[in-house]
Write a protein that binds this ligand. Structure first.
Ligand code: NAD
Ligand code: 89Y
Length: 344
């Protein structure tokens, strides 16, 4: 099947979708054919259609009925994911759904069950773990350079005005964990494996927002490793690391530290080396977003190849339920004050 062209539709031509559109364009030589774009907003959809040479639709149902689409990329906000993913499943179309999968774990499960019922392919666009820096760190761990990983700190701390590009975030009752903590929890799983239990403290330190802007989560992994997952939108540090995830991973034979500026410091059996692990600037990426943007390209490439080869994506719908369960466990712990086991 390799090399076969895959006909792609994209729903939701808003802020972050511009990265998906550019990534699909870059993947055209690898078989990604963006045939249709859809947005309820006629201005946004016309702009995307013109810029990326796809047919415009303002109604997803009409797009599915009129076009022969193999794979749909759902880049709307989470409230519409379930209904759009259901349309895809009913039309026998594979779907990639942006994070957060849905507003709740229950709805995320329903999306997975619907795809199973129709036998359609389903994945979640969880891009942080696909960033070139994160892949390099994983390769160092897999090389056994730091031995068995036993402790980690994964940290997304910023004061960057995320509300400027994403104003809807100010009205989310569940803010930082569901919006960005979800990526960081996914990284904790990616590097240290599944989680046995966790506890969480949340804070709201910014004025005029409805949800928590700071979360500190302590996790015990099934391997015995312990980690801390931190996320905040109210840090006051200069320089600000946005949108980098900084981290430390300690193992039986060494350690990895990633500091601001995309520098990875590795200690392996008493020897130290440093390496830049940043993303190159692409024709359509710019600072400070370039790492996040490049991760979209790698994520879309993974989705394209997995779908074409009939393989389960690394961040399949079912896989992402494990990350989502950590989100729910974190909120439950913050509310109850208890240590919580994630429930799938
Ligand atoms: P946005 O509001 O800018 O864009 C969403 C677009 O979807 C809007 O243009 C809206 O008109 C359209 N839309 C909504 N419902 C629709 C429907 N039923 N049919 C057709 N169009 C519809 O939102 P955004 O900031 O681009 O966020 C979109 C998603 O991307 C969110 O889930 C967000 O969490 C996620 N996101 C991910 C990352 C990342 O790093 N992975 C970064 C930013 C945002
Ligand atoms: O919404 C967030 C995300 O998913 O990645 C970065 C972001 O856009 C702002 O923190």
């Amino acid at each position: 099947m390799s090399g076969k062209k895959i006909r792609i539709g994209l729903i939701g031509c808003g802020f972050y979708a511009q990265n998906h559109l550019n990534a699909w364009k870059d993947l055209h030589p690898e078989g990604a054919e963006l045939v249709a774009v859809c947005d309820q907003d006629p201005v946004k959809v016309q702009q995307a259609a013109r810029a990326f040479g796809a047919k415009p639709y303002t109604e997803a149902k009409v797009m599915f009925e009129n076009e022969k689409i193999d794979l749909v990329d759902i880049t709307t906000q989470m409230n519409s994911h379930k209904i759009l993913a259901a349309l895809a499943a009913e039309h026998g179309v594979g779907a990639i759904v942006q994070k957060p999968f849905a507003p709740s774990f229950r709805e995320s499960v329903e999306i997975v069950e619907k795809a199973k019922l129709h036998g359609t392919w389903l994945a979640v666009h969880e891009n942080f773990r696909f960033g070139s820096g994160m892949r390099r760190i994983k390769a160092v761990i897999n090389s056994s350079a730091i031995g068995v990983p036993t402790w980690g700190r994964f940290s997304f701390r910023t004061g960057y005005d995320v509300f400027k590009n994403q104003p809807y975030l100010a009205n989310e009752k569940r803010l930082v964990i569901l919006d960005v903590g979800i990526h960081v929890l996914d990284l904790a799983r990616f590097f240290l494996g599944e989680v046995n239990h966790l506890s969480c403290e949340i804070q709201t330190r910014l004025p005029k927002i409805d949800g928590e802007d700071t979360a500190t989560i302590l996790l015990r992994h099934c391997s015995g490793a312990v980690s801390i997952v931190e996320s905040t939108y109210s840090s006051r540090k200069i320089p600000d690391a946005f949108p980098e995830t900084l981290l430390e991973i300690e193992g039986s034979e060494g350690a990895i530290v990633v500091t601001r500026g995309e520098a990875m410091q590795v200690t392996t059996q008493g020897i130290f080396f440093e390496e830049k692990i940043g993303s190159p600037l692409l024709s359509w990426t710019s600072r400070p977003w370039h790492g996040s943007q490049e991760a979209v390209l790698h994520t879309n490439r993974h989705m394209l190849n997995s779908f074409r080869d009939g393989k389960v994506a690394e961040t399949s719908g079912e896989d992402n339920l494990k990350t989502y369960a950590l989100v729910e466990a974190a909120y439950e712990s913050a509310m109850s004050g208890n240590k919580i086991k994630p429930r799938i």
